[in-house]
Ligand binder design. Structure first.
Ligand code: SAM
Length: 210
């Protein structure tokens, strides 16, 4: 990769985490409309699903950075009653809504355009999911964002985070730092590492008061 291209890639990555919402929306819409993310359209069998099934038990799920609707359409239909997906890209949401109609799930899947750094849920959920989307939370804000969303967990509800912490046998610094923050600040119920994809899945909730 030449220097100019590297600089552009770095700037794009920086803006996706730290930029204003309208710029983030532009960048993500361009990528989804251009087909850059078509490769994630089929994630059946992903390592996150057994965790979601275990904790959902037929309940409700908030999917922050839901993308083109994989979770909403690949979860077993009987595993959940109600799903809300939030994403900053209208192009991703268009695809998610289309797939939902094709799968006859329009009565239980709802999609909302929004920036998850500021989005305010309208109800509580059994599971709040960040699936391959936590990268776009500034590292210094991981705890405060999760603390804010904690209020929207039902009693006994959990966060599930799926994040790629490794690649080709090497640890990725920023995602690993996010995992370390979560392990330090929250009560972790499950941690699983998938050697094939390099993904870490964490299931956790707020620490009980001392
Ligand atoms: C790599 S994709 C993952 C999509 C989906 N969660 C999955 O695993 O199939 C990351 C998604 O996060 C969304 N996203 C990134 N930053 C966001 C933000 N600040 N608010 C809402 N969505 C965001 C992107 O538009 C994109 O759809």
């Amino acid at each position: 990769m030449n220097i100019a291209r590297r600089t552009l890639t770095f700037m794009g990555g920086f803006l996706k985490s730290y930029g204003p919402s309208n710029i983030k929306k532009l960048l993500w819409d361009k990528e989804f409309s251009g087909g850059k993310w078509n490769f994630i359209d089929d994630t059946v069998g992903d390592c996150v699903y057994p965790h979601l099934h275990r904790y959902l038990r037929g309940g409700s799920i908030l999917d922050l950075g839901c993308g083109p609707g994989n979770t909403a359409n690949e979860l077993a239909a009987g595993a959940y009653r109600f799903y809300v997906g939030v994403d900053i890209s209208e192009a991703a949401l268009d695809k998610a809504r289309r797939r939902t109609l094709e799968n006859s799930r329009a009565d239980k899947n709802l999609f909302v355009l929004g920036d998850f750094l500021t989005y305010v849920p309208t109800q509580q959920f059994d599971v709040i999911l960040f699936r391959e989307s936590m990268y776009h939370v500034p590292l210094s804000r991981v705890k405060t964002i999760l603390d804010r969303y904690s209020k929207y967990l039902r009693d006994g509800g959990v966060f599930v985070v799926r994040i790629a912490t490794g690649c080709d046998g090497k640890t990725k610094y920023r995602p690993q730092a996010m995992v370390t923050t979560i392990e330090r600040e929250f009560a972790v119920a499950e941690k699983a590492e998938d050697n094939i994809t390099g993904a870490t899945v964490l299931v956790f909730g707020p620490r009980p008061p001392c």
